[in-house]
Structure formats: C-alpha cells, structure tokens
Design a protein around this ligand. Structure first.
Ligand code: ZN
Length: 215
C-alpha cells in the first residue's frame, strides 16, 4: 500500500521528461557555454563568444530531420509506368548523420533499391527519405531499418533493399582511433530477402560493398 504513491510519482516524472516543451534557444546556448567551460576553456573569450549561437544554428541544421515526416515524401507516386516492374536503385546517396552515443558525425552513403508494385516515386524522393532520417541522432543499424521500413510501408513494393556504408567519427577520432574503417549494414525485405538472385542483382548494381550479404 505504502509503495504505490512512490511508483506513481516515478512514472509521472518519466512522463513529464518526455513531454517537456522544447528548451528555449537561450537555454541551448547556455548549455553550450557549460560544455565549453567543462572542456577547460573560457566561453567569454573573444574567439568563443559567438560559439554557442553558432552551435545552436548548426544543431538546427544537423537535426532538422525531427521536423520532417519521411513518409510524406513517398505519398506522390506515379502509377503509369508502362508495366515497369524491374528493380529501381538509387545508389551513392551521401549523407551526414550523428551518432546518438557521442553526438559525433557519421558520414556515409546509402544505396536504396525497391521492386515496384505499380507505384513508383520520383527518384529524388528516396534521397529525401534518407536525409530525413540521417538528420536525427542515429545508430546506423536503426537508420538502415527505418529507411527500409518507411519505403515498404508507403510504397508497398515487392521488396526493399537498403545498404549503408559509413565512417563513424566516434571511432576514428576517439576511443580505438581506427582510421579508414567503415561499417556496412543492410536491410533486405520481401523479394530481396527471399530471392538470392534479386539480392545478388542489387548488390552488383551498387558495386557490392559487402559480398558477405550475398547469402
Ligand atoms: Zn558514437
């Protein structure tokens, strides 16, 4: 009996943290000042005086994906494609993202393919979907799956394939300091998962960044 009020208040704390309104820009800039001081520098010196403002603006750019709905980009489709039902691939979509563990940049390329089921989208829209997910805090595996699921859900194609190759600056500039390594992830849905020939065709179109996905 005496435990239940405690539980209720813990839950309400968790809920209010999740639904708190967005901090003000002044609060964000103050947070940057705190980090600068914590790093050992003086935020009032000339070179750093405008840094909090610049960082806040950079955040608006790097994390603009939270304001976007990637599914919306895929709503306008073309159905008259003269029976075209072969693979459509957009490769080498360059993106910049940030890892959710260190806020460090993740820089890479995504390759997106799908097997249309009557509905085809303008090819730039696939790049917009990648961009909308990249401009959030990410884990590469999660971003990979989100892109694939979004395309699967809205276009309802016979299959979707997404391969991402990326370098994580939290690995190259700190921690293990591994230069020149890139991580490759893939999501294969529908025909790309079921049919090794379809998968192989996609991987050969994108230049097969990881032959070990072929099997
Ligand atoms: Zn990281």
């Amino acid at each position: 009996m005496s435990q239940s009020p405690k539980k209720t208040s813990l839950r309400s704390v968790a809920r209010s943290a999740a639904t708190d309104p967005q901090p003000t820009r002044a609060e964000a800039e103050e947070a940057v000042r705190t980090l600068l001081r914590w790093a050992g520098d003086d935020p009032t010196r000339e070179g750093l005086i405008d840094t909090p403002k610049r960082v806040a603006s950079a955040y608006e750019d790097w994390f603009s994906g939270y304001k976007e709905d990637p599914e919306e980009y895929l709503l306008r489709t073309f159905e008259e494609v003269e029976g075209y039902d072969d693979m459509i691939v957009l490769k080498d979509i360059r993106f910049e993202s940030h890892c959710e563990h260190h806020l460090a940049p993740i820089i890479g390329r995504a390759h997106v393919g799908y097997l249309p089921n009557n509905k085809v989208v303008g090819i730039s829209k696939l790049a917009r979907v990648v961009e909308a997910y990249a401009r959030r805090l990410q884990v590469q595996e999660k971003m990979n799956a989100q892109i694939a699921r979004c395309i699967q859900k809205v276009l309802e194609p016979k299959g979707v394939a997404v391969v991402i190759e990326a370098a994580h600056q939290c690995m190259t500039t700190r921690g293990v300091h591994k230069q020149g390594v890139s991580m490759v992830t893939s999501s294969m849905l529908g025909e790309f998962r079921k049919n090794p020939l379809t998968r192989r065709e996609f991987l050969s179109v994108i230049g097969n960044p990881a032959s070990n996905f072929d099997g």
